[in-house]
Design a protein around this ligand. Structure first.
Ligand code: NAD
Length: 358
């Protein structure tokens, strides 16, 4: 892999490889852009086929975090860490403390958090060696309710954009996946007076839980969720669910949910949804509630749930701004979100070009 060529093409700042002989910790941290502030992004633990796959993954994920933080209105940049290893074998106190010591060497340019195969509990060990870690259990805790709340506000904004009102009492919803975020989202929709909510799931326990918790919500089989005649399709399970096969089946006006990487191919399927006049809420904008929530751990006066949740509400206005950018540029909304992010980074950068003593 031509690492410098790739870094130059997409404007990366730093790519660091590290190894700890005592624990066998082996990983890569990528800092994509710190114009807005320190880079923040989770630590993913994965069995990669080879080092190039791990490198490409960390580069791609770190860049995604830059866009996500910028659109979320945070003073944070994009970064990520991948650890190369088998989660079933390598995890231990000393392994994560070794990670913490290494994160500390970056002097605050990178702040880590849990991600795939690393938990808030693991981050407690990281925190024994560094202050540059968020989402530990004693602070903001489980991010899922915050992510769901952000998606709820994003759905409201999308309704406003499409129908001129965000009133839910005449609107119908199809929620794909009722796990950690889908469950909370269904609750938020019902509380706001949604006319009808359908859901689908593949986990029997989750199906039973939702049916008991919300008796008015109707279960549909996983594959039929795409064909429902509803106003909003909310992907809250897997990635790549908007693709050549599914987009042509949709009868909804809006696609907006918590899932990551919803578009199988960002360019092609962002454009395909636009062509079908289906409003798509860009995933990394609408699902930033969890990130906004953990970012409040970095506040000087400490984490406050009230402050964090009121900040999350701003996803509403940001999405409306992004929909405006899409119209002005005659482009699909995923691309508009990137334009929005780049503009914010460039403007704040220019703003900081003159010296002011603080
Ligand atoms: P989760 O694993 O708790 O829930 C996902 C649910 O989807 C599970 O209950 C699973 O059984 C179900 N599912 C899987 N395949 C399905 C299918 N084909 N049809 C129907 N249901 C299916 O995960 P989560 O934390 O709720 O996250 C959901 C999505 O949101 C993921 O893409 C995740 O990356 C993204 N996300 C989550 C957070 C967060 O704070 N949890 C933050 C940002 C993004």
């Amino acid at each position: 892999m031509k690492k410098f060529e790739y870094m130059e093409k997409y404007g990366y700042e730093q790519l660091v490889f590290f190894h700890d002989a005592t624990t066998g910790l082996k990983g890569i941290t990528c800092i994509h852009n710190t114009t807005l502030g320190p880079s923040l992004g989770g630590t993913r633990l994965w069995v990669y086929d080879n080092e190039d796959d791990a490198t490409l993954d960390v580069l791609r994920l770190a860049r995604g975090m830059t866009y996500k933080a910028a659109c979320a209105g945070l003073n944070l940049g994009g970064g990520k860490t991948v650890l190369i290893g088998d989660a079933k074998k390598v995890k231990s106190e000393e392994y994560f403390r070794a990670l913490g010591r290494y994160v500390q060497t970056l002097g605050g340019r990178y702040i880590t958090a849990p991600d795939v195969n690393t938990s808030a509990k693991d981050m407690q060990y990281v925190n024994m060696e560094t202050d540059y870690v968020v989402a530990i259990p004693t602070k903001s805790g489980n991010p899922s309710p915050a992510t769901a709340r952000g998606a709820f506000h994003g759905i409201r904004a999308s309704l406003k954009e499409r129908f001129g009102t965000d009133d839910m009492s005449e609107r119908t919803f199809a929620v794909q996946g009722a796990g950690q975020t889908g469950d909370f989202l269904i609750g938020d929709l019902l509380e706001a007076g949604a006319k009808k909510v359908y859901f689908t799931e593949i986990n029997e326990d989750h199906i039973a839980k939702i049916k008991e918790k919300y008796p008015d919500v109707e279960y549909v089989e996983p594959d039929s969720i795409y064909d429902l005649d509803v106003d909003v399709f909310a992907p809250c399970a897997l990635g790549a669910v908007m693709n050549d096969k599914t987009i042509k089946r949709l009868k909804c006006e809006i696609v907006a949910g918590t899932a990551n990487n919803v578009l199988e191919d960002e360019e092609k399927h962002g454009e395909a949804l636009k062509k079908r006049d289906i409003l798509y809420a860009p995933d990394f904008v609408i699902n930033a509630g969890g990130l906004i929530n953990v970012s409040h751990e970095l506040e000087e006066d400490g984490y406050s749930k009230d402050k964090a949740f009121s900040d999350i509400e701003r996803i509403y206005d940001r999405l409306l701004d992004i929909y405006q950018v899409a119209k002005e540029n005659d482009t699909h909304t995923q691309e508009a979100a990137k334009i929005f992010a780049r503009r914010r980074i460039e403007t704040i950068n220019k703003l900081h070009s003159n010296y002011i003593k603080r």
